[in-house]
Design a binder for this molecule. Structure first.
Ligand SMILES: [Cu+2]
Length: 153
């Protein structure tokens, strides 16, 4: 219990530090005062499952660069419900918004559930480099191969 709290504290501290550094460099660059939410966005598409109901992410390896803004376009072309679960990754990104249907969700997001045929867009800026695991948290899916790896350079 104590270890979990300590870990949470350390992650929050790292986030605060990187946010500080990041905003610091942003305000410091007077010629290029582009707010993070205004940065050009790189689109990355990931399918949760496929039309044959195979249990996998396509692609299952994702790579991002810290400090750049991304729009992760998730869709579920299968007949099964799937999750995009990458909690350690979610801890080191700043989420601008998640858009699904006519709803925009602001603030920290840790996990997304996509019903069959659903699509969602996750706009974020990775703040810290590292390698993070991705999986679907529906019972049996990760075990059957629905896992992936996210690298932040
Ligand atoms: Cu799944």
């Amino acid at each position: 219990m104590k270890a979990i709290v300590m870990r949470g504290l350390r992650v929050s501290l790292a986030l605060v530090l990187s946010l500080g550094l990041w905003f610091g460099s942003w305000f410091g660059a007077e010629s290029m005062a582009v707010a993070p939410s205004q940065q050009t966005v790189t689109e990355v598409q990931v399918h949760l499952g496929n039309v044959n109901n195979e249990l996998k992410f396509v692609p299952d390896r994702l790579e991002f660069e810290a400090g750049k803004r991304y729009k992760l376009i998730l869709d579920n072309p299968s007949e099964l419900k799937h999750y995009f679960t990458a909690k350690d990754f979610a801890d080191v990104i700043w989420t601008q918004k998640v858009e699904a249907g006519n709803v925009e969700v602001k603030g920290a997001i840790h996990e997304l559930e996509l019903k069959p045929g659903a699509q969602a867009e996750w706009v974020f800026v990775p703040l810290k480099s590292g390698t993070f695991e991705l999986h679907c948290s529906i019972p049996g899916h990760a075990e059957a191969g629905m896992t992936g790896q996210i690298s932040v350079l």
